[in-house]
Ligand binder design. Structure first.
Ligand code: SME
Length: 158
């Protein structure tokens, strides 16, 4: 089970030490991936002005979906609908973009601060219905910490 409190504390420590979002996003992905064997692929996509999602970093099998237009796939739909998406059975989802034939379920949690959406944490599992509400709540806490740093950098123009 993901110990989000520990991850959030580590991310804040990194911020206190002056690390930038690039380091925090990589640390968060690694921490989430190793926290639970249900999490087979973990990545972060960042939203740009196109608007398009670009894969920032991930742990798991290589994916061909390095860039995803808003509105495309489960990832792009989450941005378009401005909502987290917990998809228990990806085979039943018409818009799903497959990364690997083994993936059964997917959870997307937005990285957002107020109205601003910076991107998303995307997790695939090889188990059907792998993701719980507790997972989503834990990931929202981590995503909020990442958004704090991204918002601070945007304000500073770095
Ligand atoms: N399945 C996603 C694409 C990204 S991969 O899971 C890494 C989607 O449908 O948008």
């Amino acid at each position: 089970m993901l110990d989000s409190a520990e991850t959030i504390k580590d991310l804040q420590l990194m911020r206190d030490e002056g690390h930038l979002s690039d380091a925090l996003l990589r640390a968060a992905v690694r921490s989430i991936e190793k926290s639970d064997s249900r999490f087979d692929w973990v990545g972060v996509y960042l939203l740009n002005d196109e608007p398009e999602l670009w894969l920032h970093n991930y742990v798991g099998e290589p994916t061909e979906h390095a860039k995803i237009p808003v509105g495309t796939g489960i990832c792009g739909r989450a941005i378009e609908e401005r909502t987290n998406l917990n998809i228990p059975d990806v085979s039943a989802d018409e818009g799903y973009l497959a990364c690997s034939p083994d993936v059964q379920s997917e959870l997307v949690v937005l990285i957002r601060a107020g109205d601003d959406i910076y991107g998303q944490i995307d997790i695939d599992s090889e188990e059907k219905g792998a993701f719980t509400e507790d997972d989503e709540v834990a990931l929202i806490g981590i995503a909020d910490k990442l958004a704090e740093q991204l918002a601070a950098e945007r304000r500073e123009g770095s």
